[in-house]
Design a protein around this ligand. Structure first.
Ligand SMILES: Cc1cc2nc3c(=O)[nH]c(=O)nc-3n(C[C@H](O)[C@H](O)[C@H](O)COP(=O)(O)OP(=O)(O)OC[C@H]3O[C@@H](n4cnc5c(N)ncnc54)[C@H](O)[C@@H]3O)c2cc1C
Length: 305
């Protein structure tokens, strides 16, 4: 119930204005966001690299309805990739892009062009881009843009949300040689006409999608903090003869860091999704919605405790 309210609030411009106006303490932001500047993002990436963790860095922002803002976001990614270049992370230093932040709401061609520029800059680093998946109305457009990007940049990845009814079919289409697919449960408020509702149904759908990806020929990126899903991934890897280097785990910055390090210590590739920038509102509200305990943490920090 609280989660649904927070997800509704994540899309409200009015609530965004009020919450963003709070003198939000650094402590709250720092829990989930690596900082506001490119330099802070780079520092966080260096710390994670030293802990044997790979990264996917996200410049915060979404739902851009202004061409200049879409261009500014693209330029922020180009500056970030330039700043990361000396770290020589190769494929361990990718970026995640929300197409709505680079113009998808205005014009698919604009989003494709901006995403292409980012892919080209990532390729110079020996790395690639993963397209985040946003609300269900964007899935067809995102998958079309993915196919076009992969013509020149075959390592481009995409997130698939297990909660959508369509996702098993999408996983089947995407489980081809070299195809990088990040499987997530899904973080948006979706209607019962398009998505499974409730934790049990979403978990079962996640396992069905996971099975398709692990049995396929692609490179599954299993993005979850859920121990049961991690254990099932390991069972499926055994069943389908996968080895430790042909799939990876992903988790969010600041969430279950002990688990991230333990999996990396056991030899797995673990990639941390590192958000940075000042447009933190939508991302932050989705993290609160996922776990009521985070709301208590937020309120305590606002109270200065
Ligand atoms: C790398 C990565 C990329 C993602 N990209 C996308 C995307 O492109 N599109 C999209 O819709 N969603 C994305 N998500 C979010 C995803 O859809 C889920 O909302 C989120 O991962 C929570 O689901 P879970 O699998 O961790 O399981 P849950 O069942 O939500 O959680 C399992 C356990 O993990 C821990 N946990 C989970 N969330 C939190 C939290 N916020 N704070 C503290 N502990 C927590 C708790 O112990 C919880 O019991 C991404 C997630 C990750 C990890």
């Amino acid at each position: 119930m609280l989660g649904q309210l927070l997800l509704a609030a994540s899309g409200s411009r009015l609530v965004r204005r009020s919450v963003s106006g709070f003198p939000l303490t650094r402590k709250v932001v720092q829990r989930f966001v690596a900082g506001e500047s490119t330099q802070e993002a780079r520092d966080a990436v260096e710390r994670l690299r030293d802990a044997n963790l790979a990264v996917s860095v996200d410049h915060l922002g979404e739902e851009t309805r202004d061409a200049r803002a879409a261009e500014a976001t693209t330029n922020a990614y180009l500056a970030l990739l330039t700043a990361l270049r000396p770290l020589q992370l190769g494929s361990r230093g990718e970026v995640s892009v929300k197409l709505s932040a680079v113009g998808q709401r205005l014009d698919d061609a604009m989003a494709l062009e901006h995403a292409r520029e980012i892919c080209a800059a990532a390729a110079v680093n020996g790395s690639s881009v993963t397209l985040d998946m946003e609300d269900h109305t964007t899935v067809d457009s995102t998958l079309t843009i993915l196919r076009k990007l992969r013509e020149d940049f075959p390592a481009t990845g995409v997130a698939i949300q297990a909660y959508l009814f369509r996702s098993e079919e999408d996983c089947r289409d995407l489980a081809s040689e070299g195809s990088r697919v990040r499987l997530v449960k899904g973080a948006y408020r979706e209607p019962a006409s398009v998505a499974h509702q409730g934790r049990g149904a979403v978990d079962k759908a996640f396992v069905r999608c996971l099975r398709i990806l692990m049995a396929g020929k692609g490179y599954p990126m299993v993005a979850t903090h859920d121990d049961r899903m991690i254990a099932i991934t390991e069972l499926l890897a055994d069943r389908f003869g996968r080895t430790i280097g042909d799939h990876e785990f992903q988790m969010l910055y600041g969430i279950r860091t002990d688990r991230q390090e333990a999996l990396a210590g056991a030899g797995h590739t673990v990639r941390v999704y590192v958000p940075y920038g000042d447009d933190w509102y939508g991302y932050f509200m989705r993290r609160l919605a996922e776990r009521p305990a985070n709301v208590a943490f937020f309120l305590r920090a606002l109270g200065g405790k």
